[in-house]
Every structure is written in structure tokens, then in C-alpha cells.
Write a protein that binds this ligand. Structure first.
Ligand SMILES: C[S@@+](CC[C@H](N)C(=O)[O-])C[C@H]1O[C@@H](n2cnc3c(N)ncnc32)[C@H](O)[C@@H]1O
Length: 363
């Protein structure tokens, strides 16, 4: 469907792209060597991912915030920046420094595609022939971490070598994938929006995939509020990001980056086990609207409910996800987790404590 010619590295020395030797599993450091980087730059002269990016443009609105993983020399990053707000990244400081010399203003991150150690979030994460350098386990970790960096309705766009071998060439790992295997890897986490083979060197030697995170929690809630006609409002990305940041500052231990009940500052929380915790919350002395959100990897949505009673009503009809409740000033935080613990922080510390005493008194 797009111009294959643009993707062909004809006449180039392809030794760094074409896997040759089957070895163990050590790919570290190859692109930390300036000579290797220079060789790679020469080899891919005349090549860019323009045709792939053209496909992406059909799915991602202009000006979207995009993160490129493994940018290498940055040819794709140049093109991506013509339509999106692109941030480049690579695990190799050498590539980052080289691009920085030519583009002092560029938004660049030194980033391992596996750990993705950043607080930034994006509408899309893109890579072109990068993730095949990871082991299959590392790819799983990377995809899981990518869900953390993706904004609501965010997309992934990644290209892979097509096949079913695993090889090492000059200390670099090459893991080939068949479409079915990749589908199985992303199953349950992402929905495949589009997957198509293309020619990089030989016919059908590569494929790209566009993935969209499946938001089971938000889908379930939105479906149920329609059924029981409970009015809720979805907060926009900017507003929910601000609330999340406020909550993080107040209640999450500074050494953690995610709002998760395991990361709360322990002295600030009161908790007890009660499988009806989700129901008990409607007895708390707070009658104003509340904001409901979730573990970041599960859902980036934030909903405003009219009151705690409506929260219980909807939760009672849906399945057991972990949720957090706060208000605009984040002066309380309530969590009901998978282990049936009701956790209160800020003003909710006392409410949860009282609910616990009440439960003990009635037992
Ligand atoms: C084959 S090059 C592709 C570069 C660029 N995407 C292109 O199309 O020319 C692979 C790139 O992935 C980077 N890379 C390898 N492992 C990585 C990792 N774990 N995290 C981030 N980047 C990585 C390398 O430093 C290199 O820049």
C-alpha cells in the first residue's frame, strides 16, 4: 500500500541489519562505540522511514506528542517532527550527542526501551527496527512499560523483521517475529489496529504493527453507566494529569513514580480488609462530586461521579478493578484494592479508621 522503494536499502552494506550468526543473548553496548555508530550512519545513508510515517499519519492526529525509541541517527525523528511533536530517544549516548550537535533545540531522552525510565507521557510511541534487539522477555517488559507512558487512547507503532529465528551479528541480537507470535505477545494488553508486511531488503522481510491499548476498566464503566443511567463526566487529559500529579505529591513516597497503593507513604494511610469496602465508602461524610481513577497501566481515564453513592452503584455492577477516589483539591484519597483492602489517606484516614472500628464493633 505504500512505496516499497523508499524502504529499500539497495546497494548498501547491510552487515549490521542482516543477522548472520546465531549466538547467545548479549547485545549491550554495540552502539556505544563511535566507530560502530559511524558505520551504521554510512550504511543507512539514503534511507528513512518516510513511508512508515505516512501510514502512521492516517491514525495519529497532527501535533500529537510522540516518543521515538531507538532513534539512531534521527532521520525518522526529522520527518516525525514535521507533523508531530516528537521526542527522540536512544539507549546510546553517542547517537544522542550526534543528533544534539546538529539540533541543539531537540527534545531528546537517553532511554532504555525496556525500562522506559521517564515520567513523560505521549500519544504515540514509535520505533523503526529497534525492538528486535530485545529478548522476547524484554519485549514483554517494554510493552508493559509503554502502557505507562501512553496517554488515553494512545497508539504504538513498531516495525520488526519478519521470521521465526533469533540470531546474533557483531554482538547485536536480532529476534525475528511472525505476525501470529506478536499478536499472541500483545494479546490482552493491546488491540491490533493494523499489521502489514513490507519490503526492507527482500520482499516481505519486515512488518509494522499499530497497536491500541485495551482499556477494559473504562470500557466496562462507560458501558455500565449507560445501562443504569448514572451520570458521570470524563475529565480531559490535562485536568486528570494535574490531579494525578497533586495526588502523587501528597500521598506517594517520592522514590516511586506511579500512584499505586503499594507506593503510598505508610504513615499517611489507614487500611483494613473488607470485601464490602467498595460499598462502605458511601457512608463516608462526603456528599460532593468525587473523581475516580485507576492504576496507570490499567487505565488513564478519570471520571467525575456526582457522589460516593453513585460510585458504589456502578462498582457493584462491574468487575473487580482497583480504584482510587479523590476530589479537586485532593484533600482525601481512598483506594479499594484487589486484596479487598479499603485504604484512606488525608481526610479519608479518619473515615476509614471509623469504618474499621464500626466493623469491629459489629463483629
Ligand atoms: C538498527 S538501529 C535503528 C535506528 C533507527 N531507528 C533507524 O531506523 O535508523 C537500532 C537502534 O536501537 C537502539 N537500541 C538498541 N537497543 C535499545 C534499547 N534497549 N533501548 C533503546 N534503544 C535501543 C540502538 O542504539 C540503535 O540506535
Amino acid at each position: 500500500m505504500y512505496n516499497e522503494g523508499k524502504l529499500t536499502k539497495e546497494g548498501k552494506n547491510l552487515k549490521y541489519l542482516v543477522p548472520l550468526i546465531t549466538l547467545g543473548s548479549n547485545t549491550m553496548g554495540y552502539f556505544d562505540d563511535e566507530k560502530n555508530v559511524q558505520d551504521y550512519i554510512e550504511m543507512v545513508d539514503g534511507y528513512d522511514g518516510a513511508a512508515l510515517i505516512k501510514v502512521l499519519q492516517d491514525y495519529l492526529p497532527d501535533e500529537s506528542a510522540l516518543l521515538e525509541l531507538g532513534m539512531g541517527p534521527g532521520k525518522d525523528l526529522d520527518i516525525l517532527n514535521q507533523c508531530f511533536k516528537a521526542t527522540g530517544s536512544d539507549i546510546s549516548q553517542v547517537f544522542i550527542n550526534l543528533y544534539r550537535e546538529k539540533h541543539p533545540e531537540a527534545d531528546l531522552l537517553l532511554l532504555d526501551a525496556v525500562t522506559l525510565d521517564t515520567d513523560r507521557t505521549f500519544n504515540c510511541i514509535y520505533s523503526n527496527k529497534v525492538l528486535h534487539h530485545l529478548t522476547k522477555d524484554e519485549l514483554q517488559h517494554s510493552l508493559c512499560n509503554q502502557t505507562r507512558l501512553l496517554r488515553k487512547n494512545g497508539l504504538l507503532f513498531h516495525s520488526f523483521w519478519h521470521g521465526d529465528k533469533e540470531e546474533m551479528n557483531h554482538g547485536l541480537r536480532f529476534v525475528y517475529y511472525l505476525e501470529e507470535e506478536l499478536k499472541a505477545i500483545v494479546d490482552g494488553l493491546f488491540e491490533v489496529v493494523k499489521m502489514e508486511r513490507y519490503k526492507e531488503i527482500e520482499e516481505d522481510d519486515s512488518f509494522y504493527v499499530i497497536l491500541k491499548k485495551i482499556d477494559y476498566v473504562a470500557n466496562e464503566i462507560l458501558e455500565e453507566v449507560k445501562n443504569i443511567q448514572c451520570p458521570i463526566e470524563e475529565l480531559d487529559g490535562q485536568k486528570s494529569e494535574k490531579i494525578r500529579n497533586d495526588v502523587k505529591k501528597k500521598y506517594v513516597h517520592p522514590s516511586y513514580r506511579e500512584i499505586h497503593w503499594e507506593n503510598f507513604v505508610q504513615d499517611l494511610e489507614y487500611s483494613f480488609k473488607d470485601e464490602n469496602g467498595w460499598y462502605v465508602i458511601q457512608n463516608f461524610p462526603y456528599t460532593k462530586p468525587v473523581l475516580m481513577f485507576f492504576n496507570e497501566r490499567e487505565s488513564k481515564f478519570m471520571f467525575r461521579f456526582n457522589n460516593l453513592r453513585d460510585v458504589s452503584k456502578v462498582y457493584g455492577e462491574t468487575f473487580g478493578y482497583e480504584f482510587y477516589l479523590t476530589n479537586e483539591d485532593s484533600d482525601f484519597l481512598i483506594c479499594f484494592n484487589h486484596h479487598d483492602y479499603l485504604i484512606g489517606l488525608g481526610k479519608a484516614y479518619e473515615w476509614v479508621q471509623k469504618a474499621h472500628l464500626k466493623k469491629l464493633g459489629t463483629n
